[in-house]
Every structure is written in structure tokens, then in C-alpha cells.
Design a protein around this ligand. Sequence first.
Ligand code: PLP
Length: 220
Amino acid sequence: MTLADNIRTIEARLPEATKLIAVTKTKPVALLQEAYEAGCRRFGENKVQEMVEKQPQLPADLEWHLIGHLQTNKVKYIAAFVSLIHSVDSLKLLQEINKQAAKHARVIDCLLQIHIAQEETKFGFDEAEAESLLQSPELETLANVRIVGLMGMATNTDDEAQVRREFQSLKQLFDRLSLVQRPNVRFQELSMGMSSDYLIAIAEGSTMVRVGSAIFGSRN
Ligand SMILES: *Cc1c(COP(=O)(O)O)cnc(C)c1O
């Protein structure tokens, strides 16, 4: 199987409205170029420095998605070009994204990362925290960010029923928070599913899957 075969296989399994984010972390630019030629237009990186190094070396019609934990002091490096930040996990980070987006006269789309896994180490809001952020008066002042949905990572387990339950709970939260009416909140994306669980995620309503190793092979 070539990289292009892998991409075609995955694309064929996705519902039409579901977007593939090719997760390119740790992979060399030549492989990203190959994925681009195979039709990928959305790349996901989890480290700011790596994204900043790769972005100028690839075609300008690519979307760059930041999928990993983002430190506030690094937002400035990606604010000019990032398409979607999947990993917003604090109001402080959202405020910094807003500030840096304003400098570039942009509105940056963001997802709130929700902690759905049993593992303790994953970043993200719990349900009540996400809801209170969406209701907070502070949000009114952040004209240069738009919250367009949620992101979550299921527990890393072979127990498919558990993964499914976690995705279902995220979808339920997504549906509930979709009703929130604020000027810069417009829910349309639910980012869930990786190489091992994207088929479960799309069955449970994912609109964006973040797939790395199933395209590029395993990482060291
Ligand atoms: C690495 C990563 C992925 C992709 O993982 P694969 O198992 O290689 O598909 C998806 N989402 C996030 C947040 C990641 O860090």
C-alpha cells in the first residue's frame, strides 16, 4: 500500500461531509508533499515549532490544523496562517489567540478540547467548564476568535464499547452546546477519531477525523 492508497482507503470510508485531517507530526516535508499530491489539503501538527518550519515549504492552499496542547507564548508564531486550533483548553489561551489574531486582522476558528478519556493526562475542559466558558460574558470581547465546535480523544483501549460511549457523550455535549447563541459561537465541527478509532467516531457523528499512522505508518 502506498501513501496515496492509504489516503484513498480512508477517504472512501468517510461520509461526504466528514473532513480528513492528515496528521503529519514527526514526518518529513517530502512525505507531506506526497500526501498533498495525493489530494490532502488539511494537515494536523501537534507542535508549533514543527508546523512553523514545515508551513512555508508546502503549497499555500493547505490548511494547517493545530491539534496538540498549545502554550500561550507560542500562539504568535502560528496566528498568521493557522486554519483551526483544535486544542483550546483555557479561557486564557482563547484570549491570547484573540489578541494575536487581531494583530493579523483575522478571525481564528477554534474548537474546545473536551476531556472524555479515562486517562488523567489528557488536556481539556470537562462538560461544565466548557459550558461556562461558552456562557461567560468575557467571550463577548473576543471578536477575533470563533468557537466552531469541540474536539476530544477517546481512551487508548481495545475496548470498543468504551470508545463508543466516550464519543457518544462528546456528541451529546456537542448537540447541547450547539444551541448556545453567542456572536462568536457557531458549532459546526466535531473533531473526533484517530487511526485506531475513526470508524467508530464517524458512526457517532464526527465531522473531522485526525489520522496519522494509518496514512504515514507508525511513528517512533
Ligand atoms: C498524533 C495525534 C493524532 C493521530 O494519531 P494516529 O493514531 O497516528 O492516527 C490525532 N490527534 C491528536 C491530538 C494527535 O496528537
